[in-house]
Design a protein around this ligand. Structure first.
Ligand SMILES: CC(C)(COP(=O)(O)OP(=O)(O)OC[C@H]1O[C@@H](n2cnc3c(N)ncnc32)[C@H](O)[C@@H]1OP(=O)(O)O)[C@@H](O)C(=O)NCCC(=O)NCCS
Length: 203
C-alpha cells in the first residue's frame, strides 16, 4: 500500500482480506493498558521509544479490531459474501468493542511473522502489520496468507534504486519520460512495497 503525501491510500487486497489503517494521533488518549494482554503489556513497556510504542500499539489495535469485527460479522454473514475492505480506524471505531475483548485477542510476534491467539488459543487467520510515518496498518485474511506493507512516496538516494531494483524494474518505472518525477517515485515505492510484502509472506 503506497501512501501519498495527502495520506490517501491506494488499496489492493485479495478476496476475504480486511485491512485497517490507523493514525497514531487518532487513537491517542485511549487507555491502552486495558486493551493489551498481560504478555503484550510487558512487551509494550519494554519498547525503546515513544514513537516505537505508538506504532507498535496502533498496529496491534488495528489487528485486534479487524479480528473482532470479523468474529462479529461471521455470525451474520456467509463466508462467500465476504469482500475486501479497507477501514480507517479511529478512537471511536476502536471503542465499538470492550477493552476486555481486545485483551482476549493477542498478537504474537516473537520478533518475526505475527499470528493471532483468541482466549489463549492459536487462530488460523493470517495477519500482517506495517508502519510508516504516523500510520500503522494491519491486514487479516481467512484461508489464505496475507502480507501488507505501507510506505510513503518520495525521492530517495541513488543507492536505494541501484541496490533494490533490477535494470528491468528501473526501466519500467522510468518508461514514460513525460511523466513527473512524482509518478516514478510512486512506481518505485509500489515495487518496494511488493518486495517487502513478499518477504513478509515468506516469514
Ligand atoms: C521484515 C521486513 C520485511 C519488515 O518491513 P519494514 O518495512 O522494515 O517494516 P514494516 O513496518 O513494514 O513492518 C514491520 C512489521 O513486520 C512484521 N514482521 C517482522 N518480521 C517479519 C517476518 N519475518 N515476516 C513477516 N512479518 C514480519 C512485524 O509484525 C513488524 O511489526 P511489529 O514490529 O510492530 O510487530 C523488513 O524488516 C526486512 O527484513 N526487510 C528486508 C529488506 C529487504 O531486503 N527488502 C526488500 C528489498 S528487495
Amino acid at each position: 500500500m503506497v501512501m501519498h503525501h495527502n495520506s490517501k491510500a491506494e488499496f489492493g487486497a485479495g478476496r476475504r482480506c480486511k485491512c485497517g489503517l490507523s493514525e497514531f494521533a487518532r487513537i491517542a488518549g485511549r487507555r491502552i493498558q486495558h486493551h493489551l494482554s498481560v504478555g503484550e503489556r510487558a512487551k509494550y513497556m519494554g519498547l525503546p521509544s515513544q514513537s516505537r510504542k505508538s506504532e507498535w500499539l496502533a498496529g496491534r489495535l488495528a489487528a485486534k479490531y479487524l479480528f473482532l469485527n470479523r468474529l462479529e460479522m461471521s455470525q451474520r454473514t456467509q463466508e462467500r459474501e465476504w469482500s475486501p475492505t479497507l477501514s480507517k480506524l479511529s478512537s471511536e471505531t476502536l471503542g465499538v468493542y470492550s477493552p476486555w475483548m481486545y485483551q482476549q485477542v493477542e498478537v504474537v510476534t516473537n520478533g518475526g511473522k505475527p499470528s493471532l491467539a483468541w482466549c489463549g488459543q492459536t487462530r488460523p487467520e493470517s495477519i500482517s502489520l506495517s508502519h510508516s510515518g504516523s500510520e500503522s496498518c494491519a491486514s487479516i485474511a481467512f484461508g489464505a496468507p496475507t502480507a501488507i506493507d505501507v510506505e510513503s512516496t518520495g525521492p530517495r538516494i541513488d543507492a536505494f534504486y541501484r541496490s533494490n531494483f533490477t535494470e528491468a524494474e528501473r526501466a519500467w518505472a522510468l518508461v514514460d519520460p513525460r511523466a513527473s518525477r512524482f509518478k516514478a517515485n510512486w512506481l518505485f515505492t509500489f515495487l518496494w512495497t511488493l518486495k517487502e510484502s513478499a518477504l513478509k509472506l515468506d516469514g
